[in-house]
Design a protein around this ligand. Structure first.
Ligand code: FMN
Length: 298
C-alpha cells in the first residue's frame, strides 16, 4: 500500500488524488443571479445532501488554484442568497460541461450552453428546463474553508421547492433510477452514467440485528470462494435455518445431484457447496445459500 503525507504533495497532486478517489460525485448545476439580476449557470461536483429536515444541500465553488480568484457563483450567492440546484442527466452532460467554461462575469451560460431558462416560483434565479429535477433553494450560510487557491467555500442551501419532470417517475410517483439516466463526475475527464446494467439493490440491514460476519463459522468466513459481499449477505440474517430445514433442502434435485456426485470426497463436496451458495447469493437467495452451506455442518 502506498501511503502519502499531505505535506509531501503539491496542490495539484492533492486535488487529483481526492477528486479521483472521492467519486462518482453528483453534479449540482447551480443557477444564481447577482444584485443587478445577471444570471449565471455553472456545475459543481463538490455537492451533496446533508439532511432532510430541514432539507439541506451543500456545494462548494472553490478559490481558483492558479490565481486565488473566486467564482461568479460564490460572488452571486453572497450578493443574492438564492440558488436553483438543477440535477444533470446524460442528455445534458456536454452542454453542462460547456457551461463550466470560465466566461466573463455577466455572461449568461444558459445561452452560451444552449439551455432554456424558466422562472422559479419562490426565488429569482431561473431553473434549467431540461433538468429532470430542479430544487429552488435559499442560501442559509456560506463558510469559507480557507484563504488560499484551491480552498472551498461551503454554500449551505435549504430547499424550498422541488420540481420534477413526470417522465422520471414510476407508477407510485417516486423517482425511478432506471428513468433518471444519472451522470456523475470522477477524476480527470471521467464521468459515469447510471445505466440499467449498472444498477443493483442491496437489502437494508435488518431492523432486528443481523448475526454479523464475526459470527460466521471460520470455514465460511475464510472460504476461498465466498467474497466479502457474500459474507455481508450471510451476516445480515437474524437466525440460521435449523437441521430439519437443511435436511429437507438436501432433497431438492439440484442439491441432491451435487451431493450424489461428491459422495466420499468431503473436500470436493465442500467446494461445490460453497460454489452453489455463491450462486444463490448472487441471485439474492440468502436462505437457500445458508441451507447449502450448513449441509457441511449437520
Ligand atoms: C462536472 C463539473 C464539476 C465541477 N465541479 C466544481 C466544483 O465542485 N467546485 C468548483 O469550484 N468548480 C467546479 N467545476 C468548475 C466550475 O464549473 C468552473 O470553474 C466554472 O467556470 C465556474 O463558473 P462561475 O465562475 O460562473 O461560477 C466543475 C466543472 C465541471 C464541468
Amino acid at each position: 500500500m502506498l501511503s502519502l503525507k499531505i505535506s509531501d504533495l503539491t496542490k495539484p497532486e492533492i486535488y487529483q488524488l481526492l477528486s479521483s478517489a472521492i467519486a462518482p460525485r453528483p453534479i449540482c448545476f447551480a443557477s444564481t443571479v447577482d444584485k443587478e439580476g445577471n444570471i449565471n449557470l455553472s456545475p459543481f461536483s463538490y455537492f451533496n445532501m446533508m439532511g432532510a429536515n430541514p432539507p439541506i444541500c451543500v456545494f462548494s465553488p472553490s478559490r481558483r488554484g492558479r490565481d486565488n480568484t473566486t467564482k461568479h457563483t460564490l460572488e452571486n450567492v453572497l450578493e443574492v442568497p438564492e440558488v436553483v440546484i438543477n440535477i444533470v442527466n446524460y442528455n445534458m452532460v456536454e452542454q453542462m460541461s460547456l457551461a463550466s467554461t470560465e466566461y466573463p462575469k455577466g455572461i449568461n451560460e444558459f445561452y452560451k450552453a444552449g439551455f432554456t431558462p424558466i422562472d422559479s416560483e419562490t426565488i429569482k434565479p431561473p431553473r434549467v428546463k431540461e433538468a429532470p429535477v430542479q430544487f429552488e433553494c435559499v442560501v442559509n450560510d456560506v463558510i469559507a474553508l480557507g484563504k488560499e487557491g484551491g480552498a472551498g467555500n461551503l454554500v449551505i442551501a435549504e430547499v424550498k421547492m422541488i420540481h420534477l419532470q413526470e417522465s422520471i417517475l414510476d407508477d407510485h410517483g417516486k423517482i425511478d433510477p432506471f428513468k433518471m439516466d444519472f451522470v456523475a463526475r470522477l477524476g480527470g475527464n471521467w464521468y459515469s452514467r447510471v445505466t440499467a446494467e449498472s444498477l443493483f439493490e442491496v437489502a437494508k440491514p435488518l431492523a432486528k440485528l443481523g448475526i454479523g460476519v464475526d459470527a460466521l463459522h471460520e470455514d465460511i468466513r475464510n472460504s476461498n470462494i465466498l467474497t466479502g459481499n457474500h459474507l455481508g449477505q450471510l451476516g445480515n440474517v437474524e437466525k440460521l435455518p435449523d437441521e430439519d430445514e437443511v435436511k429437507l433442502f438436501e432433497l431438492e434435485p439440484e442439491i441432491k445431484d451435487l451431493l450424489d456426485a461428491t459422495i466420499g470426497d468431503a473436500k470436493t463436496r465442500s467446494t461445490q457447496l460453497h460454489l452453489k451458495a455463491a450462486e444463490f447469493l448472487s441471485e439474492r437467495k440468502v436462505e437457500e445459500a445458508w441451507k447449502t452451506l450448513l449441509i457441511d455442518f449437520f
